[in-house]
Design a protein around this ligand. Sequence first.
Ligand code: THU
Length: 129
Amino acid sequence: MLDKLFEAASAAMKKSYSPYSQFPVGAAILAESGAIYSGCNIENAAYPQGWCAETSAISHMILGGDHSIREIAVIAQKKDLATPCGGCRQKLSEFGSADTKVHLCNQAGIAETVTLAELLPLAFDLEAS
Ligand code: THU
């Protein structure tokens, strides 16, 4: 299953539309149902209008009827360890939990696995403590 998740992220990265940054990124979510949803970054000539690979993958997950992330793999063509940006960490925390596994990949496969809580300690949520 982890191989499939990595392959899905890698395949998505190859479809990245990133002519401005030349920084292709791919992400693949293993959702609670067992389905895999992938996505790539999509940029725009008006730079702030582009969005991240993780965001695309979340969008596909929601459209597929899933709302819960079990694990996610992220890969960037030009990084030895792809780590989600701050905004994506917050988006992932909406659909994941503290122990959701985030697989940080390089071109060969999963290089390191961390949890969402490690990536986003003290995550914002509306249920105040
Ligand atoms: N990018 C992602 O797709 N995911 C991240 O977590 C970090 C950044 C994209 C956005 C932009 O298209 C390119 O990488 C360079 O920042």
